[in-house]
Design a protein around this ligand. Structure first.
Ligand code: ADP
Ligand code: MG
Length: 474
């Protein structure tokens, strides 16, 4: 594997990376001020057309690293498929597609299709019929469309495997083989992952040509997230619930994930937190896809503060501003711990991870410390603190509204914002939160204090001259 690609100077801002002025403007609009290390190192070889295998921890900005070079090279005329990004899960595909659309906002007519399970393949045909420039999806569904003939990959110039390590873990190898066999051989092949197991080395050897290997900060993969304060509370099994209550009341997180090892625990804790007056919901494998989507949307837009999740269900979810992770149960594998706490302290923000540990589990903590090379601080929950101040429960500040129009009906965030803040809406811009456009519906978060008013005005009024059904999402 070659490491011969040396950028001449060490670039410290996006302008040094030889990106177009359009791209630089978009980055400015989105407040991306400086490239992260993986971005600095991988964007130049990617722009130069090289195959790249990039390894950097979760949250290091890999999406932008592969997206910008794709967008820089995209030819918009002719609507030919030029880039295919494969992701291990539907949630990740959704996030990556969203990020690509966001970064491609100044490219007129850019068509990005998301192909993954969760909805029938047939329903995805219309979005492919008129041609797309970029496809993001899971291997199974992408292959499905290739076999049906609804996705023509002959013009493909770049394939990206995002979270390549996890795709191999999840057993997508056969499907990936079939995809690789069908795409042009003179394409650019890019792998990004958080780890570099032998399986990736083997796949790189088989699929890439003279790849540039980029590895960010040697220790970065195990040094899970240096800006995360890791702590543990030693606790008897029967006291965990009280400890969790106390932590949440004292910390007052804006946004927190509580991890459990079992679905039933997750469901019960969420239920208990809710009856305690906290804003919480569970995310576990028994939920239907639509419910998962709803819970995640509410968590992202801050209508839910606390997500109680199992590892499988939380796989691949990305929430930017998480300030606390609680391990209600320690995970079975130390790697899972690293994965969990890597969800806080993203992109330079500080985060905190508190684990509830039984004394007979201390060996697990040692395994974790061995893997990360970092010590987990032993803390005691302060008895006096919680008694002295009666801290109100963490209430969500936002409410989510459902609107029965989405991307397929040409709904755009500006349309919803306009309807809420315009003359008929009467809301101020800062009482409107995150707007998420899905294919057939949209979610908008509004400040709790104006939720009724927003609901009424959307119901009475129109959006782009049309009536939509609007409901509060519970
Ligand atoms: P990874 O794929 O490596 O886990 P992501 O691409 O999901 O990481 O990025 C993690 C977070 O960091 C996202 O919220 C993203 O918007 C943010 N981010 C990415 N690049 C930058 C940057 N250069 N400056 C600030 N934030 C960034
Ligand atoms: Mg990623």
């Amino acid at each position: 594997m070659s490491t011969d690609f040396k950028p001449t100077a060490s670039p410290s801002n996006f302008a040094d990376l030889k990106l177009s002025s359009e791209t630089l403007n978009v980055l400015k609009e989105l407040s991306y001020h400086q490239p992260t290390p993986i971005q600095k190192q991988s964007i130049p070889p990617l722009l130069a057309g090289r195959d790249v295998v990039g390894e950097a921890r979760t949250g290091s900005g890999k999406t932008l690293a592969f997206t910008l070079p794709i967008l820089e090279k995209i030819r918009l005329s002719g609507r030919q498929l030029q880039a295919l990004v494969l992701c291990p899960t539907r949630e990740l595909s959704t996030q990556v597609a969203r990020e690509i659309r966001k970064l491609g906002r100044r490219l007129p007519g850019l068509q990005v299709a998301m192909l993954s399970g969760g909805q029938p393949a047939r329903s995805q045909l219309p979005s492919l019929e008129n041609g797309v420039h970029i496809v993001v999806g899971t291997p199974g569904r992408v292959l499905d469309h290739m076999r049906r003939g609804s996705l023509n990959v002959r013009t493909l110039r770049c394939i990206v495997l995002d979270e390549a390590d996890r795709m191999l873990d999840m057993g997508f190898e056969d499907q990936m083989d079939e995809i690789f066999a069908a795409i042009p051989t003179n394409r650019q092949t890019v792998f990004f992952s958080a780890t570099f197991p032998p399986t990736i080395a083997a796949m790189s050897k088989a699929r890439q040509q003279n790849p540039v290997r980029i590895r960010v900060a040697d220790e970065a993969q195990v040094e899970a997230a240096p800006q995360v304060k890791q702590e543990l509370v030693e606790i008897a099994p029967g006291r965990k619930w009280q400890a969790l209550q106390k932590i949440l009341r004292v910390e007052q997180p804006q946004s927190a994930i509580v991890f459990c090892n079992q679905k039933i625990t997750a469901a019960e804790i969420a239920e208990n937190l809710r009856s305690d007056g906290l804003s919480a919901d569970a995310l576990h494998g028994d939920l239907m896809q639509a419910d998962r989507d709803r819970v995640l949307a509410k968590f992202r837009n801050q209508s839910i503060r606390i997500l109680v999740a199992t590892d499988v269900a939380a796989r691949g979810i990305d929430v930017a501003d998480l300030d606390l992770v609680v391990n209600f149960d320690l995970p079975l594998k130390p790697e899972t711990y690293v994965h969990r706490i890597g969800r806080t302290g993203r992109a330079g923000k500080s985060g905190r991870a508190i684990s509830l540990v039984q004394s007979q589990e201390m060996h697990k903590v040692e395994a974790i410390e061995g893997l990360t090379g970092q010590r987990v601080a032993r803390i005691k929950l302060d008895q006096s603190e919680a008694k002295a101040v009666v801290v109100p429960a963490a209430q969500a500040s936002m409410v989510t509204l459902y609107i029965s129009g989405g991307r397929k009906t040409k709904m755009r965030p500006g349309d919803i914002l306009g309807a809420l803040t315009g003359e008929s809406g009467g809301l101020s811009g800062n009482s409107v939160g995150k707007i998420e456009i899905h294919d057939f519906f949209s979610y908008v978060a509004v400040d709790k204090s104006v939720a009724e008013m927003a609901l009424e005005s959307l119901r009475q009024g129109t959006i782009k001259g049309r009536k939509f059904m609007v409901e509060v999402v519970r």
